[in-house]
Design a protein around this ligand. Structure first.
Ligand SMILES: [Zn+2]
Length: 162
């Protein structure tokens, strides 16, 4: 009995973790609850049909709170925020910045990503920052890179004068 309760909980909650805040996650909770409600009804019906021979009161009194537990925890998991910000792999958190946008899989774990990673010039560590705050950082970085390139070129021409 205990392996059933544990296994069933994992079966319902695991897709909730993977697909939380998406329709698949809510579908998993809905289906998981529906199966348990059907089981409760079937158990009651079996008791009626067999005149109480197939009816386990302990099973019934466990199944009802268990159904609420499965539905409640499943919904709670579904409402948890997704941990990885935009521009990072949803599964392993790998930084997807600058990857080939035509190959939509994470090079670290192989998961397909649903969005185009932001271009290099965007501030990748500030996905929720307002544009007015985020922009000066990107501009400063771009200026620093340009200055670095200029310096490298100047040094190269100084080392090898024509
Ligand atoms: Zn990944």
């Amino acid at each position: 009995m205990i392996p059933f309760f544990l296994g069933y909980a994992l079966l319902v909650w695991w897709p909730c973790v993977v697909y939380r805040r998406r329709w698949q996650g809510f579908l998993a909770v809905a289906l998981g609850t529906l199966v348990l409600v059907s089981l409760i009804r079937l158990h009651i019906q079996a008791g009626i049909w067999t005149g109480g021979r197939i009816f386990v009161p302990v099973f019934q009194s466990l199944l009802i709170p268990y159904t609420f537990l499965i539905a409640g925890v499943g919904l709670y998991i579904n409402l948890l925020p997704r941990t990885h910000a935009r521009g990072y792999c949803g599964r392993c958190g790998y930084d997807l910045t600058g990857l080939d946008p035509d190959k939509h899989t994470c090079p670290e774990c192989g998961r397909a990503f649903e969005y185009a990673p932001p271009p290099r010039s965007e501030p990748v560590h500030a996905p929720d920052m307002p544009q007015a705050v985020a922009d000066p950082v990107a501009k400063a970085r771009a200026r620093a890179r340009a200055a670095e390139r200029l310096l490298t070129r100047t040094r190269a021409s100084a080392d090898h004068p024509r």
